[in-house]
Design a protein around this ligand. Structure first.
Ligand code: PEP
Ligand code: MN
Length: 332
């Protein structure tokens, strides 16, 4: 249950009430908010006197739910906006990893030339094998900071574990919590303490309930700037890397108030399928697309098979605005 308290209540009274209800306390636009487990289905009439409004949520998807807020939250990244009622779809593109200064500068220049406003690239890579390229770490973050400074591109990069989360929060515009990191509470708590926009990728073995509850940790910790990203889940199918869960996207659109980004690159695992999936997601009216592109995918140090080369990216990019228009949206 999400409870909005009356204004001007005595601090001791609020603390006592929060303790009594075993509630998490936060503030939203100047309103004191208590969030209790969804198993609390009604409140005591004595407490009701202190309450301005309350929202009963059927499960612990609460702050992220449309039961609590029927309109979509707007996440602001400098002069860019994601979600709300803007009917815009943000293109986020870039290589899987920062590999070198020339590589990342080449991608940045290419994206700026097309008018793309946000670049993705990983520095701390959560690889399945310890023998694979693990990312450039802090050196990569510095290269991204230079790109940001020189081009004005907004930067999103992933955090792999809590040891470097503060550096990523400080040095980027949006923090990406990777699929394998979705359950890392050190990361979620650090993101909750900051006000930096956070894009949480769905763990590939996670239900929609578990996915949105990861977002609840950040929201209930006081950071309202949360974006959800569907990036494919593991199914019995092995011909593709994962299975892009567009049913899940429909569910998230209907039942949550958070902006939704779709990442077809990691779902498909092969470049040939990425453009069609991106167009399908655009037709669903999502708030953003996250696409991997690399100057020479064959030589990429991670996710080589799924990254679009620049020609493939341009073909995809130029096919998207008319789909956006057909569903009443605009690509930015
Ligand atoms: C990535 O974006 O490069 C990545 C590793 O994504 P995910 O966490 O979805 O696997
Ligand atoms: Mn990748």
């Amino acid at each position: 249950m999400v409870i909005h308290l009356k204004k001007g209540l005595d601090e001791n009274r609020v603390s006592a009430l929060a303790a009594e209800l075993k509630a998490i306390r936060l503030r939203e636009n100047g309103t004191q908010v208590l969030v209790t487990s969804s198993s609390l289905l009604q409140i005591d009439p004595a407490i009701e006197l202190l309450v301005d409004e309350y929202f009963v949520c059927r499960t612990d998807i609460q702050l992220a739910s449309t039961e609590y807020r029927s309109s979509k939250r707007l996440v602001t990244v400098g002069d860019l906006h994601i979600g709300g009622d803007l009917k815009q779809t943000l293109m986020i593109a870039g290589p899987c990893s920062v590999e070198s200064e020339p590589q990342i500068n080449t991608v940045a220049e290419f994206l700026v030339g097309l008018g793309v406003r946000m670049m993705r690239a990983g520095c701390f890579k959560p690889r399945t094998s310890p023998y694979s390229f693990q990312g450039l770490g802090l050196k990569g973050l510095e290269l991204l900071a230079h790109v940001r400074e020189n081009t004005g591109l907004k930067i999103i990069t992933e955090v792999k574990d809590a040891t470097h989360v503060d550096a990523v929060i400080e040095m980027t515009d949006v923090v990406q919590v990777g699929a394998k990191a979705m359950y890392d509470h050190g990361i979620l708590n650090a993101c909750a303490r900051s006000r930096k926009p956070v894009l949480i990728k769905r763990g590939f073995g996670s239900t929609l309930q578990e996915f949105v509850q990861a977002a609840e940790f950040v929201l209930s910790g006081g950071n309202e700037n949360v974006i959800l990203c569907e990036r494919g889940i593991r199914t019995f199918e092995h011909k593709t890397r994962f299975t892009l869960d567009l049913c899940g996207v429909a569910y998230l659109k209907e039942h949550t108030n958070l902006p939704i980004v779709v990442d077809p690159s990691h779902a498909m695992g092969f470049a040939y399928g990425v453009p069609d999936l991106a167009r399908a997601a655009m037709a669903m009216g999502v708030d953003g697309l996250l696409i991997e592109t690399h100057p020479n995918p064959k030589t990429a140090l991670s996710d080589a098979s799924q990254q679009l080369d620049f020609g493939e990216f341009v073909a995809l990019y130029s096919s998207l605005p008319m789909i956006a228009k057909a569903v009443g949206r605009r690509m930015i």
